[in-house]
Design a protein around this ligand. Sequence first.
Ligand code: ZN
Length: 254
Amino acid sequence: MYRKYFVWSFDDGLEQDKRIVEILKKYNMGATFNLNSGLYGEKTWEGRIGNLGMREVPYDTFDSHKRHLLKYAPHFRIPEDEVKKVYEGFEIASHTLTHQNLKKCSGEEMKRQIIDDVNNLEQLFGQKITGFAYPYGMSSEACIPVLKEAGIRYARTVGKNTDFRFPEDPYHLPMTCWHISRNVFKELERFNSAKAEEDDLLFLMFAHGYEFDFNTKESNWNKLDKICRSVAEHSDIICCSTADAFAAHKGGKA
Ligand SMILES: [Zn+2]
């Protein structure tokens, strides 16, 4: 029998993740958090127009009393001495050491960004790191042997694939939906009614915690709660981490 998996993939290790974790626990859902081990505690402000991030401003140079053209949301990362406790019970995946566009890195730097991050995360969290998310969604073929060498089994892009199939190539794992999408509940409904008749099905939802603070029609905390509720009420959908979905999918096939 084939199964249906729903996974959340949250990037950057932000303060808002603490509130996300509470909501996930309420609905007994697993999730994957993609962290940068070289940036714990870093604070910036994310400027946006509507739901679109436009620029990141360092904390020290931001003047909250000035009038701004953009709206700003806090992009504050959780400090190193808190992360282990915050994410207990969830999958931690690598998002590079310092959030670099790997396409722009030298070979040496790319290796450092991946291998050092995986090692740091494994040491701090005491779990095997098998997942990865490309910063800015920027994947490159040169990364793949390095990811494999570091023990990574899947790597998430920000490409989109809405057919609910597990990817042929796990090192180019697309999302199914960004939570901000206007179609999110339609897509979920399509997944809820889909039958896993020929193969396992996967729905991967992508988000950054700071986006829920936008408090816009399409990006707010109520919507997060509503998404979780609408998935959790379907007992045939397994809500787990990305690594667990991949492991079970492989296991089921063997
Ligand atoms: Zn990121």
